[in-house]
Design a protein around this ligand. Structure first.
Ligand code: GAL
Length: 689
C-alpha cells in the first residue's frame, strides 16, 4: 500500500505550499455590489419557491446562493443523481433576475456515504471518529472521500457549467475540521519526508535532542496539534493547509475546464476570517475570488475590528472580495444571541462594501423548520412572511440601486500596510506566553489609529510585492527567516519605512529561536536588538503614557541607532531602558517597538511614523464614531461615510461633494462639505464637478 499512497501523497503536496496564484484571472464582479442570500430550496416544497424568490426580488436582491449542503437531495443513493430540481431552481431564480452561486455539497456528506464507507470519516484530535448527524464528519485527507466528491462535482459541472444564470461556484463550506487518523498521520510523515529529505535534517531543525525526541524512522513522528515540538506544530499547520488546498484543487480541476469562463470559483471562509486553521493566502491563491463570512455574534459591531477584518480579507488576493454570509440581525451560536440594533445590519454591509466587498449575502433566507439552526436570524419567518429585518435589507437594496453604477469597478487604495503572516500567528499562538496577548487585538491596536490617520489601510502578507507602500507596520511578525529579512530590507533600502512591533523576528522558518535575538536577521541592520522580553502583569510607563501586556528591553548597539522611546517606572527590569529604537537604512528606515502603548501613546507614535514616511494624512474632520471609506478607480473617487453611533453626527470633508442618497443632507461651501448623518446613517458621496 505504501508506495501507491506515496505517489498519491506526493502528487497531493506538489506545489501546495507555494502561495503563488494558480488562477491568473483577476475577477471583476459584474454589476457590483450585489445583494443576496443563502437559500435552501431542498428544504421546502417546490410550490413555495416562487414566493421566496419574488420576495428576494422585491428586496432588490440580485444573487442567491444554493446547493452547498444538498448532497443527499442531489444524490439520494450512490450513483443515482437527481439534479433536475436544481435546474428548475436556477431557471426560476433567473426569472426573478437573481444570478446563482452554486455550492458543491462536499461539506455535508449523506448518511449512505458515511455508513457504506466508514474510512471516509475523520478522527478528532482526541482519537474519536466523527459520525453522521451534524456536518463535516468527513476526513479531508481520505482518497476515497475525495473520489466520491469528484463524482458529484463532475455531475454538477456537466449539468450546470454552461448555465448562463450561474455567476460562480463555491467549493464546500468553511473548511474546518482536520483529521488525526492513522492514514492521515502516514500522509503527514510523508509530507515531512518530502520537505526535510533526511531525518538528520529534521532532527537538527527541530532540536529533537531536547527530551529525547530524536526520530530514527519517519513512522515514529506523531500527528498532534497541541503540546508538540514547535517545529512539528508549525509543520502540522503547513500540512493542514496543503491538504485542504489539494482537496480544493481537485474540485477546481474538475470545474475549471467544464464551466463558463465568466463563472468564478471561490470558497466561503469562516471563523470570522480570523481562524488560524490554515493559511488563507495559500488557499485563496488558487481561487478567482476570496469570500468570507462576516458575523458579529454577541454584542454589536466593533467598527475598527470589523474594518480590519475586511481589509485582511481583501489582502488575501489583494483584490476586492465577497461577503458570502452575514447575519440578518442575529446568530444562534454566541453565548447571548442579541440582535443588532435597527440600522446596524445595513451599516455592517456598507462597511464591508467600503472596504472592498463586491457582494453581500445573508445567511440565511429562511430557517429550516427543523435542524440544528432553528434559532438563527433569518429574513423570512417560518410562515414564509418577511421578518422585521426584511425592510432594513430592502433599504440596503434600494441604496445599492442608487449607488451601484458609480461603485462598480472601484477599489480601496492604501499607502500604509499592516503585515500579517500565518507562520508568525501560529508560532505565537502555540506559545502565547501571556493569555492577554491576543493577536487580533494587538493588530487592531495598531490598525485603529492608522485608519483614523489615513482611512485606507491594507493588511497583507509580507512575502509579496511591497512596491507603492510608504509605511509597513508589523505588529508581531514573530517568524523572520533570512529570505524574508532580505525582502523587507530591499524595500527599506529603496525608501520604505518599516515599523516592527513586539515579538518580531524571534523565530526562523522552522519555529526555532533566532540566535541573534529579536528581530533575528534584521537585528544587524537595525543596529540593535531585544535583550530580554517580559510578559507584563501590570502596565508600565513609557514617555508620557503607559504600555501593557508585553515589554521588551531593547538596546541600541550601532552608533547611529536612535532610542525613540524609554520605559519609566513600573517594571524594575525595564525601567530607564529603551522601548523603541530606529535606524535610517538606505533611503528608508527600520524601527522596533518592544511594547504595546495605550491608545493615545500609540496614536502619537503612529502619527510620527506616518509623517516620517511622508504618507498622505487626511485633513477631513470626521467624528470618532463615523467611519470614512474611499473606493476609487482612474475615473472617480467614491467616499462612504458610516455613522456607527445612535446619535446625529456631522462630518466635514475638504472639497465639494454630492450625495447619491436624496435623504442625506449635504451642505457645501467654497471648499468644504458638511454631511449630516442620522443614527446608523450612511452617506455615499461623489465629488461634484
Ligand atoms: C456559518 C456556516 C453556515 C451557518 C452559519 C450560521 O459558519 O457557513 O452554514 O451555519 O455559520 O451562523
Amino acid at each position: 500500500v505504501r508506495p501507491v499512497r506515496r505517489v498519491l501523497v506526493t502528487w497531493l503536496f506538489l506545489g501546495a505550499l507555494s502561495v503563488e496564484a494558480q488562477s491568473s484571472k483577476p475577477y471583476v464582479t459584474p454589476n457590483a455590489p450585489l445583494l443576496g442570500s443563502a437559500w435552501y430550496p431542498e428544504q421546502w416544497p417546490e410550490s413555495r419557491w416562487d414566493a421566496d424568490l419574488a420576495l428576494m426580488e422585491q428586496a432588490h436582491m440580485n444573487v442567491v446562493r444554493v446547493g452547498e449542503f444538498a448532497w443527499s437531495t442531489m444524490e439520494p443513493s450512490e450513483g443515482h443523481y437527481d439534479l433536475d430540481w436544481l435546474d428548475r431552481v436556477i431557471t426560476l431564480a433567473g426569472k426573478h433576475h437573481l444570478a446563482v452561486v452554486i455550492g458543491t455539497p462536499t461539506d455535508a456528506p449523506p448518511a449512505w456515504l458515511s455508513t457504506k464507507y466508514p474510512d471516509t470519516l475523520g478522527m478528532n484530535a482526541d482519537g474519536r471518529y466523527r459520525e453522521h448527524g451534524g456536518r463535516r464528519q468527513f476526513n479531508y485527507a481520505s482518497p476515497r472521500y475525495r473520489h466520491l466528491c469528484a463524482l458529484i462535482v463532475t455531475q454538477m459541472a456537466r449539468r450546470f457549467g454552461h448555465n448562463p444564470n450561474i455567476i460562480g461556484w463555491q467549493i464546500g463550506n468553511e473548511y474546518t475540521d482536520e483529521s488525526f487518523d492513522p492514514a492521515t498521520r502516514a500522509q503527514f510523515q510523508h509530507f515531512l519526508e518530502t520537505r526535510y529529505k533526511t531525518l538528520d535534517n529534521l532532527n537538527r531543525q527541530w532540536s529533537t535532542a531536547y527530551w529525547s525526541q530524536t526520530y530514527t524512522a519517519w513512522e515514529q513522528i506523531p500527528l498532534v496539534n497541541t503540546n508538540g515540538n514547535p517545529g512539528l506544530l508549525l509543520e502540522h499547520k503547513h500540512f493542514v493547509t496543503a491538504t485542504w488546498r489539494s482537496l480544493q484543487r481537485e474540485q477546481i480541476d474538475i470545474l475549471r475546464p467544464a464551466i463558463l469562463p465568466s463563472q468564478f470559483i471561490t470558497t466561503n471562509i469562516g471563523g470570522l476570517a480570523w481562524s488560524d486553521n490554515w493559511d488563507h493566502y495559500a488557499m485563496t491563491a488558487d481561487l478567482d475570488l476570496a469570500s468570507w463570512d462576516d458575523y458579529v455574534g454577541q454584542g454589536h459591531l466593533q467598527s475598527a475590528r470589523n474594518a480590519m477584518l475586511n481589509d485582511f480579507v481583501r489582502g488575501w488576493r489583494r483584490q476586492n472580495f465577497w461577503v458570502m454570509e452575514t447575519q440578518p440581525g442575529s446568530v444562534n451560536w454566541a453565548p447571548i444571541n442579541n440582535a443588532l440594533a435597527p440600522g446596524e445590519t445595513r451599516s455592517l454591509a456598507w462597511q464591508a462594501i467600503g472596504h472592498g466587498a463586491d457582494a453581500v449575502l445573508y445567511w440565511q433566507w429562511r430557517d429550516a423548520l427543523n435542524g440544528q439552526e432553528q434559532y438563527h436570524g433569518a429574513i423570512a419567518g417560518p410562515d414564509g412572511k418577511p421578518l422585521p429585518i426584511y425592510s432594513e435589507i430592502q433599504q440596503l437594496g434600494r441604496d445599492l440601486e442608487l449607488a451601484r453604477s458609480v461603485i462598480a469597478d472601484t477599489v480601496p487604495h492604501a499607502e500604509i500596510a499592516i503585515l500579517h503572516d500565518y507562520d508568525s500567528r501560529w508560532a505565537i499562538d502555540f506559545q502565547p506566553h501571556s493569555r492577554e496577548y491576543d493577536q487580533q487585538q494587538v493588530l487592531v491596536r495598531f490598525y485603529a489609529p492608522l485608519q483614523e490617520l489615513a482611512h485606507s489601510i491594507d493588511v497583507i502578507q509580507p512575502m509579496t510585492n511591497l512596491d507603492g507602500y510608504k509605511l509597513l507596520v508589523a505588529p508581531s511578525l514573530n517568524v523572520i527567516p533570512q529570505y524574508l529579512a532580505n525582502h523587507l530590507l530591499a524595500w527599506v533600502q529603496a525608501g520604505g519605512h518599516l515599523l516592527l512591533g513586539p515579538r518580531s523576528g524571534m523565530k526562523d522558518e522552522f519555529n526555532s529561536l533566532n540566535p541573534q535575538c529579536q528581530p533575528g536577521p534584521l537585528a544587524a541592520p537595525l543596529g540593535g536588538r531585544v535583550e530580554q522580553y517580559y510578559a507584563l502583569d501590570q502596565p508600565v510607563s513609557i514617555g508620557k503614557g503607559t504600555a501593557d501586556i508585553w515589554g521588551e528591553q531593547l538596546s541600541a548597539i550601532a552608533p547611529d541607532t536612535t532610542v525613540d522611546l524609554m520605559y519609566g517606572a513600573g517594571n524594575g527590569w525595564l525601567e530607564g531602558k529603551p522601548a523603541m529604537i530606529a535606524r535610517v537604512i538606505g533611503k528608508g528606515s527600520i524601527s522596533y517597538l518592544g511594547t504595546l502603548p495605550d491608545e493615545a501613546a500609540m496614536r502619537t507614535l503612529l502619527t510620527a511614523a506616518a509623517q516620517n514616511a511622508h504618507t498622505t494624512v487626511s485633513t477631513d474632520s470626521v467624528p470618532k464614531d463615523v467611519e470614512l471609506c474611499i473606493r476609487s478607480n482612474a475615473a472617480r473617487t467614491i467616499t462612504i461615510l458610516i455613522n456607527h453611533s445612535s446619535s446625529l453626527q456631522h462630518a466635514t470633508l475638504e472639497g465639494r461633494y454630492r450625495s447619491l442618497f436624496p435623504d442625506v443632507s449635504v451642505v457645501s461651501n467654497a471648499n468644504t462639505t458638511t454631511v449630516q448623518l442620522s443614527s446608523q446613517g450612511i452617506a455615499v458621496l461623489e465629488v461634484s464637478r
